[in-house]
Design a protein around this ligand. Structure first.
Ligand code: PLP
Length: 361
């Protein structure tokens, strides 16, 4: 069994390593001669427990997670964490939120239900084309945590530094986790939906400083209480078993590619090539400012919505899929996650050059 050769630039769910899909296919019906698929196994079985434990260990190793932090495998997507974070950590007080795009804006709005949100910065005045500098951040003294989104999937900007704050850092890494080394000890909480850079949709990874657990509001649902979830080792109820298994396979692949250090080199090269072309193009323009650009989601436009639509359509016709930008941002977006091969970037740039030659007057 093979498949059509395309390059999938979807922002999420998104491309996965072919070898991971092949391995999953090979083990789909009969996991290691047990006569069952991973999808059919009890999450309380020793066979699944082994998958769970080894995946957790591999993630711990991949990100060098210190013993002070716990890894949780949860459901509900990144969006559930928009609520879980304030319910668990805000203590009815204040939290600082850096609003640099679509998802941090949503997270800040959700948090307003549970306490006072101090907007530490807001880049909406320039269409979220930049990440603020440290000195631009307006931090409040009493903040229970500082919240930011490491990579803005919709607008294509990425924090190039880790903010310095007194309050614990809480970070949405949904679209750049495992794409570069992270000093996990600096963070109170890191979380990520799996469907951008890790596994199929349905799994959310939370990495939490254990000393922050146990501060939840009394009304917090048990299934959202970090303290309860840590105690149950993510198995208060049925975890997303298949996705956890898939994450394990992705982490094996990641290791074979040089881990997060290897990924960082590759991502710089992938995105660097597209930005270099954009900077010399007379037709296309990058959305993000040079010092704030994302290596994961490259956003660009021609300035003419009709031409953008033609570009996207023509790209799809030659197997360059899902290049249309998010509806709130418009234009185009090429998502270059870990599993995007360099040939995909080459094919994209080739097509952009052809399109430019055809249309530039
Ligand atoms: C996709 C995405 C989300 C939303 O994820 P869901 O799993 O759909 O809730 C949140 N934050 C970022 C940075 C994302 O890229």
């Amino acid at each position: 069994m093979s498949r059509e050769k395309v390059f999938n630039f979807s922002a999420g769910p998104s491309v996965m390593p072919l070898s991971v899909l092949e391995k999953a296919r090979d083990e789909l019906l009969d996991y290691r001669s047990c006569g069952m698929s991973v999808m059919e196994m009890s999450h309380r079985s020793s066979l699944f427990q082994e998958i769970f434990d080894s995946t957790k260990e591999k993630l711990k190793a991949a990100l060098s997670v210190p013993d002070s932090h716990e890894i949780l495998f949860l459901q509900g997507g990144a969006t559930l964490q928009f609520a879980a974070i304030p319910m668990n950590l805000m203590e009815g007080g204040t939290a600082d939120y850096a609003v640099t795009g679509n998802f941090s804006s949503k997270a800040a709005k959700e948090a307003e239900k549970y306490g006072r949100v101090n907007i530490a910065c807001d880049s909406s005045d320039t269409g979220h084309d930049r990440i603020p500098t440290q000195s631009e951040l307006k931090l409040s003294d009493e903040a229970k945590y500082f919240y930011y989104c490491a990579n803005n999937t919709v607008y294509g900007t990425e924090w190039q530094y880790v903010p310095e704050t007194k309050a614990p850092l809480v970070c949405d890494m949904s679209s750049d986790i495992l794409s570069r080394p992270v000093d996990v000890a600096k963070f109170g909480l890191i979380y990520a939906g799996a469907q951008k850079n890790m596994a199929p949709a349905g799994l959310t990874v939370v990495i939490l400083d254990k000393s922050l657990a146990g501060r939840e509001m009394p009304i917090t649902p048990s299934v959202m209480s970090y303290k309860t979830l840590i105690k149950a080792d993510s198995m208060l109820n049925t975890p997303p078993c298949w996705c956890i298994y898939m994450l394990g396979l992705t982490l094996d692949w990641l290791e074979s590619q040089g881990g997060v250090v290897g990924m960082e080199q590759i991502k710089r090269e992938r995105a660097g090539r597209v930005y270099a072309y954009l900077d010399e193009s007379r037709l296309f323009k990058a959305h993000a400012r040079a010092d704030s650009r994302s290596d994961m989601n490259v956003t660009f436009r021609t300035g003419d919505p009709e031409l953008d639509a033609e570009f996207v359509k023509g790209a799809a016709a030659r197997g360059l899929l899902n290049l249309k930008g998010h509806k709130v941002a418009g234009g185009m977006r090429a998502s270059l996650y870990n599993a995007m091969p360099m040939e995909g970037v080459t094919a994209l740039i080739e097509y952009m050059k052809e399109f430019e030659t055809k249309h530039h007057v």
